[in-house]
Every structure is written in C-alpha cells, then in structure tokens.
Design a protein around this ligand. Structure first.
Ligand code: ADP
Ligand code: MG
Length: 302
C-alpha cells in the first residue's frame, strides 16, 4: 500500500462560510467549517474521516468533489490541482471522482426508473450508448446485489439498502477512480450496514477504487479504512493507521471519541465526550501542522 502513488493530495484546505454581512457587503461573521486540513490518499487506499456532527467532514468531501470553491489551500487529484479549474477543465475530474451520500432517497429522482437513474452520469460524460449502455448497467446491478429485472422499477419500490445499492451502481457507471462516500451507511438499518460496507470493499478490490469514507462514529470505519483522520472543529487532530488509532490514540479528543463508542447509552456517550473535555474553539489560533509521534502517526498539539 505505501508504495502506491498519491492520488489525492490536500494541503492546508480552508472553507469558510459567511454568516453575516454589513451594509457594504463585507463579511462580519465567518464560520470556519474547514480551517487548515492536510492529508494524502494513496491509490487503492481507503481514508476514513471521523468526528462528531458539525466538525467539517462533509465540507471536506464537498471541496474534494469541487462542489464548493475553497477559501484557501490546494487539492490535487492525480498530480493536477483542481481548485482553480473552470467547469470545462473540471469535466474529466467530474467523471473520475464520484460520490455516494447518506440519503439515497433524496439523491435519486423518484420519477426515473433504475435504468434512467444509472444512465444519467453516463449521458453526462458520454460513456457508452443504447444497448451497450443497458448491458453495462444490468451487469453493474448484479455487481451491487440487484437484478436485471430491477431495471424498470422506481426508487419507491426499493428498501433503503437497495436504494443505496442503486446509488453505488450509478456512481460506478462512469468508471471513477476515486469515490467520496459521505456517511453511506448511516441511514441504513444496522442489519444491512455491514453488507453494504462489505460490498464497497469488494467493489474497491475489483475496480481498483480509492475511497474517502466519512462517518460520524468509529465503529464501521475501522473495518473499512486503511488510515483514519479525526476531525474536530474544522481541523484534523490526529491521523494514523486504523489499528494504531484504536490501540494507541494520542489526542484527548480521539480518546473521548473512542470511549464514546464503548458506551452503549448515546446520552452518556455525549456527556463523556464533552466531559473528557477537549474544548479548543473553532477558529482559534491553533496550529494546523500535525506532529509525527511514531511513523505514520500524526497528532495536533493540545
Ligand atoms: P459534518 O459533516 O462533520 O457534520 P459539515 O461539514 O456538514 O460537518 O459542517 C461543518 C460546519 O459548517 C457546520 O457548522 C455547518 O453548519 C457549517 N456549514 C456546512 N455547510 C454550510 C453551508 N453551505 N453554509 C453555511 N454553513 C455551512
Ligand atoms: Mg456530514
């Protein structure tokens, strides 16, 4: 794994949102959703991103998808910076980088059948036509555990897990290299979460995919990720290989997050997280550089 090339390179990424403007249109209040985040993802790797709700995980994902322009920093994909590119130059990257989101219902147009839904990205990127396209889609459906007979059915005829499988087939239809998975199993029944995660792993191996896997808890992410980054208030506080992070967490916030997954009562877990008391303020004068405490294990000052 460590010999493979760097596919995604994020350097000092910042995304600030304006919360208020004065009468001259100048920002008076800024929310620093992402405030100086750096990490790299190697080809074929799964990089997990965890942290509580509001820590900035989805904003990082949306910046990598170039759904947002960034306030500062750089994102390179396969050696090319995508930050400053206009839509025309971005188009090939919009094929190579795909996404799977949490709620497969809201991201699937209810008026389209499965064939039409999965055709959408293929049409946009002009990949395959007619019968050829249909055969590819039917084969993809089987890869994600659905059937050819499902081609002419509509989203409401499927369960949540099946809808997420359709979203996955749609994302893969244009042969992406990198997939941003933003809480892809959080809305699913616990009984199907593991199935979908295992399927994502099988598809990764078969198609040579690289994943950013965003989750708000650490339980499933350990299993799927090679390395994990922990976000807190717009910053990365710790990055390590998955097992190392679990067995040897260094940052108090990571320790609190880990102890909260061992606490079955979510209320108590929440209390524990705040009591264990990592209370750095969003947008404070922190240092976005991480210190390497052992090979491949990086921790922010605290
Ligand atoms: P996470 O995915 O970790 O829950 P997000 O990246 O969604 O966190 O959000 C980080 C912070 O940025 C939150 O305070 C959220 O309210 C804010 N935020 C996210 N998107 C926007 C937006 N489009 N406009 C304004 N604020 C936003
Ligand atoms: Mg999110």
């Amino acid at each position: 794994m460590s010999e493979s090339k760097i596919l995604v390179d994020v350097k000092n990424l910042k995304k600030h949102f304006s919360k208020g403007k004065d009468i001259w249109g100048r920002d008076t209040d800024v929310l620093k959703a992402v405030d100086g985040v750096s990490f790299q993802i190697r080809k074929g790797e799964t990089f997990g991103l965890v942290g509580e709700s509001g820590s900035g995980k989805s904003t990082v994902g949306r910046c990598l998808l170039r759904l947002y322009d960034y306030t500062d920093g750089e994102v390179s994909f396969d050696g090319q910076q995508i930050g400053g590119l206009g839509e025309k130059k971005l188009k090939p990257f919009r094929r190579r980088i795909q996404s799977i989101f949490q709620d497969p219902y809201s991201s699937l147009n209810p008026g389209l059948n499965v064939l039409e839904l999965i055709s959408e990205p293929m049409k946009i990127h002009g990949t395959h036509q007619g019968e050829d396209r249909k055969e590819i889609i039917a084969a993809l459906l089987e890869k994600v555990g659905l059937k050819r007979e499902h081609l002419y059915r509509f989203p409401h005829e499927f369960s949540g897990g099946q809808r997420q499988r359709i979203s996955i087939a749609r994302a893969l239809s244009v042969r992406p290299e990198f997939v941003v998975c933003d809480e892809p199993i959080s809305a699913l029944d616990v009984s199907v979460q593991a199935q979908v995660v295992n399927m994502l792993e099988d598809l990764q191996a078969e198609f040579g995919l690289t994943y950013l896997f965003i989750a708000h808890d650490l339980s499933m992410v350990r299993h799927i990720s090679d390395r994990i980054g922990v976000m807190y208030a717009g910053r990365l506080v710790e990055v390590a290989e998955s097992d190392e992070l679990y067995e040897n967490p260094q940052h108090p916030y990571t320790q609190a997050l880990l102890s909260s997954i061992l606490e079955p009562d979510p209320k108590k877990a929440g209390q524990r997280l705040s009591q264990n008391g990592y209370t750095a303020k969003r947008g404070g004068e922190g240092n976005s550089e991480l210190r390497e405490v052992s090979p491949g294990h990086f921790v922010a000052d605290f």
